[in-house]
Design a binder for this molecule. Structure first.
Ligand SMILES: [Zn+2]
Length: 152
């Protein structure tokens, strides 16, 4: 069934947004994503990662930031399996996994991403599972990150 969201794949939440709506604080993330790189801002004052990007550090209120490339791997910190569609036309995407991924290379300093975890059996997902980033190139300006289990 092709509704408002086009052809759907079970387990994959469709890309609804076609524009990053970036601002100077978030633009470096999207620029890196275009090249399949996961870049994260880190406070140069205290070392806390600020992902999603924020204009001020939530630990020390500094505005100073440096952008670092991360490996794009991590562990599932938390997740939920969405079985009830948020919109009637999303029924064919269900069930899908929405999770919080703790990113490798952030030394426990605050870099987690809320993402769709794909290529996985929703009934087999566990906290602590190893995952890696996959990029969906939506258009010239926007590339969307998702995560999938790390293959042995
Ligand atoms: Zn700080």
């Amino acid at each position: 069934m092709a509704g408002d969201f086009g052809d759907l794949t079970p387990g994959v939440f469709p890309t609804i947004l076609k524009d990053t709506n970036a601002n100077p604080t978030t633009q470096p993330f999207w620029d890196a994503a275009k090249h399949d790189r996961l870049a994260a801002p880190r406070c140069t004052s205290c070392g806390t990662f600020r992902l999603p990007p924020s204009p001020f550090c939530f630990q020390c209120q500094s505005r100073d930031v440096e952008w670092l490339d991360l490996q794009g791997t991590g562990t599932i910190y938390s997740f939920t399996v969405v079985r009830h569609p948020l919109h009637p036309d999303l029924v064919d995407a269900c069930p899908y996994v929405s999770g919080v991924v703790e990113l490798d290379g952030t030394q426990g300093a605050g870099a987690r991403m809320l993402v769709n975890i794909i290529d996985v059996d929703p009934d087999a997902v566990r906290i602590g599972d190893r995952v890696e980033i996959v990029w969906e190139h939506v258009n010239d300006e926007m590339t969307t990150p998702r995560f999938r289990p790390v293959r042995a």
